[in-house]
Ligand binder design. Structure first.
Ligand code: NAG
Length: 333
């Protein structure tokens, strides 16, 4: 891949009439020395004061030097009033680990883990689960049930309920609205996206351990004037929950060995939040992992050595086989 390649995601054209074109920038992976993780500093408990002694005559050379060294102002004094953020609320329940995005009221990402064993246990029924607001989040940042009501969008699971059949409590946890995003129902959440989730479950036939990170994207599209703009609906009254333009999944298919050089087959996909015909090839939605990283502002495999990486779609056929006879009982969320 050449530096600063523009990868135009084919996803876009998949959506009949949606006209969404996702422009993602790809470039060479950065050299390792640049990949050190940068953590947001935790908010200081008190203000960091850089005082200029009162009454110091600023005309003296000494005072001028002191002011130059410390600076005449104290921007971090803002912390005396609190740390504005951004705060990414941790999502942590039996089947879900992730981070919540307070601005959009959607998760930023959610991670799950499925294995042949976990999927074999069938102890739960989604008819016994109900959608709930996530009370662990501050009320003003939560997605509300009322936001989705008559919005025209499904409450679309990010970690699918069907991946948490191993316990009713676990399945119930997937019904928290912090695990949802507004998704187009017909043709997407209840169809192509659901098939994609089944594709992920099917991977456990070949891999003893599969991790999946799922989340929303808000991508620009090109307007007739040639400029790129982000345009998304916000549902609720007052408007509260952002409707993502796209969704991504990053799939880590592990060989399950304990060896430090065990291989991980990585796949990254971006799908438009729109009706997608079943005939559309899943491989058309495959993107370089870095494209998801640039689009989401997240990083997914910094500590996975390149020598351990495989490309999922080289290991397995990235295709969705839809059993039409099964469509009648497709899950509606
Ligand atoms: C998952 O595997 C089953 C059994 O082979 C197959 O019938 C089904 O079509 C597969 N699902 C998808 C979405 O490809």
């Amino acid at each position: 891949m050449s530096k600063a390649t523009l990868a135009v995601i084919a996803a876009a054209s998949a959506a009949t009439g949606a006209g969404i074109t996702a422009l993602l920038y790809s470039s060479k992976p950065r050299p390792p020395q640049q990949q050190q993780q940068q953590q947001l500093p935790s908010p200081p408990t008190g203000g960091v004061k850089v005082p200029v002694p009162a009454g110091t005559p600023t005309s003296t050379l000494a005072a001028k030097v002191a002011v130059a060294a410390a600076g005449p102002v104290d921007p971090s004094g803002i912390f005396q009033y609190g740390f504005p953020g951004p705060v990414a609320d941790e999502l942590s329940s039996l089947p879900v680990t992730g981070a919540f995005d307070r601005r959009t009221r959607n998760p930023a990402w959610v991670a799950e883990h499925i294995t042949p064993q976990s999927l074999a246990i069938k102890n739960a029924d989604r008819r016994h689960s109900s959608f709930v607001e996530d009370e662990a989040l501050p009320p003003k940042f939560r997605a509300k049930l009322a936001d989705y009501f008559r919005s025209g969008y499904d409450r679309g699971h990010q970690v699918p309920a069907a991946d948490a059949k191993w316990s009713q409590a676990a399945m119930d946890d997937t019904f928290a609205l912090s695990n949802m995003c507004p998704q187009v129902g017909e043709g997407f959440n209840r169809d192509y996206w659901a098939h994609f989730e089944e594709f992920c479950r099917n991977l456990t036939r070949q891999y003893s351990s599969v991790r999946i990170v799922t989340g929303p994207l808000y991508l620009p599209r090109r307007d007739p004037d040639g400029k790129w703009r982000v345009n998304y609906e916000v549902i609720g009254n007052p408007p509260n929950v952002a409707v993502p333009t796209h969704f991504y999944k990053v799939i880590y298919a592990e060989d399950g060995s304990e060896s430090p050089d065990s291989k991980v087959a990585l796949g990254a996909f971006v799908l438009p939040n729109a009706r997608i015909p079943n005939e559309k090839r899943l491989s058309d939605f495959e993107v370089p992992l870095e494209a998801v990283e640039r689009a989401s502002g997240l990083e997914f495999a910094n500590t996975l050595d390149p020598s351990r990486r495989r490309r999922l779609c080289q290991d397995v056929r990235c295709e969705i086989v839809v059993r039409e006879f099964n469509n009648a009982k497709k899950a509606v969320s």
